[in-house]
Write a protein that binds this ligand. Structure first.
Ligand SMILES: [Zn+2]
Length: 262
C-alpha cells in the first residue's frame, strides 16, 4: 500500500478500537491527607494492636506506598476493602523479587471496618491524597501487538535487503516500511505513569503477564493472564532508563505494578 503512516493508523482503527481500554489517572493533592483512605504515602489503616509492617530483609518500617479504598474506585470490579501496598525504601534490600514473596513488600486488602488509621506516621515521603480519577483511553504496548493479531516481519537477516513490514490479517491490511512500524508503536501504546486499569507498559520483547514496568505507586487493575491468579500480585522490575527522581525508591530504578484478580 502506498499509504502514509497516518493513513495506515486510520485504516487500523477497527483493530485499535477493539483493544482500547479505559484507564484512570489519579488526581492527587497534598492537603487533607489524614482524612483520605485513598492516597500515595498516606496514613495506612492498621488492625487493632497491629504494628506498622516492617521489611523482612532489613527490619525497617516499610513505606505505605499506596492505599486505595476499593469501594470508591471508578469501576466496581475490584470489590471492597482497602488495598494496601507497603514497600521497603529504607536501604538496598534486594530480596523479595518474586511475586507473592512479601519479603520487602506487603500487599493486602483489609477491611475498613476492622482497621483504623495508624496513630503514628512512619512514612518518609509526603502524602498525596487521591481525590478523583480521570478516565483516559489506553492501548496495548508495542510488545503486545503481535499477540493481539498484528504480524511483523523485520527481515533482519535478509540478503538482499527487504524493508520491514507488518500485516493486520483480520482487516486484510499490509504495510511495508519501517516508518509504519515506528508510527504504530509510537501511537498505539500503553500510557506510562500512575494509572488504574488500562494496559501495562510492557517493554519490547517481554511477555505481558509478569512484566509491568510501572513507576512507584502505580496501580493497575488490569489483569489479563494474571486475572486467573487468586491473589494480589506485586511485581517489581528494574527500569531500563534512569530518571532523576526525588524519592529513594525511584532512584533505585524500580517500578511497581499491582494487579487484582477479577
Ligand atoms: Zn528493607
Amino acid at each position: 500500500m502506498g499509504a502514509k503512516p497516518q493513513e495506515a493508523l486510520k485504516a487500523l482503527e477497527p483493530w485499535i478500537n477493539k483493544h482500547r481500554r479505559t484507564a484512570w489517572r489519579p488526581e492527587v493533592r497534598s492537603d487533607d491527607q489524614a482524612a483520605a483512605l485513598s492516597a500515595f504515602c498516606g496514613i495506612p489503616s492498621l488492625q487493632a494492636g497491629e504494628k506498622w509492617p516492617v521489611c523482612k530483609s532489613c527490619g525497617d518500617p516499610m513505606e505505605a506506598l499506596v492505599q486505595l479504598d476499593l469501594s470508591t474506585l471508578p469501576t466496581d470490579r475490584h470489590g471492597t476493602g482497602l488495598l494496601q501496598l507497603f514497600y521497603c525504601v529504607a536501604g538496598e534490600c534486594e530480596g523479595g523479587w518474586e511475586a507473592f514473596s512479601n519479603q520487602t513488600c506487603l500487599c493486602r486488602i483489609v477491611s475498613p471496618h476492622e482497621t483504623a488509621p495508624a496513630a503514628t506516621n512512619l512514612n518518609r515521603f509526603p502524602a498525596k491524597a487521591i481525590h478523583a480519577w480521570t478516565a483516559i483511553e489506553d492501548s496495548p504496548s508495542a510488545a503486545e501487538h503481535e499477540r493481539l493479531g498484528i504480524k511483523f516481519d523485520y527481515h533482519f537477516n535478509d540478503v538482499p535487503f527487504h524493508p520491514m513490514e507488518f500485516w493486520c490479517p483480520e482487516l486484510d491490511l499490509h504495510f511495508v516500511g519501517a516508518e509504519f512500524i515506528r508510527y504504530l508503536e509510537a501511537n498505539v501504546s500503553a500510557a506510562d505513569g500512575d494509572k488504574l486499569g488500562g494496559w501495562p507498559p510492557v517493554g519490547p520483547g517481554r511477555g505481558v503477564s509478569c512484566v509491568s514496568r510501572m513507576r512507584r505507586g502505580d496501580v493497575a487493575g488490569h489483569a489479563d493472564r494474571l486475572r486467573r491468579q487468586r491473589a494480589v500480585h506485586v511485581r517489581r522490575l528494574r527500569r531500563r532508563s534512569h530518571h532523576a527522581m526525588p524519592e529513594p525508591s525511584q532512584r533505585r530504578g524500580i517500578r511497581l505494578g499491582v494487579w487484582l484478580r477479577e
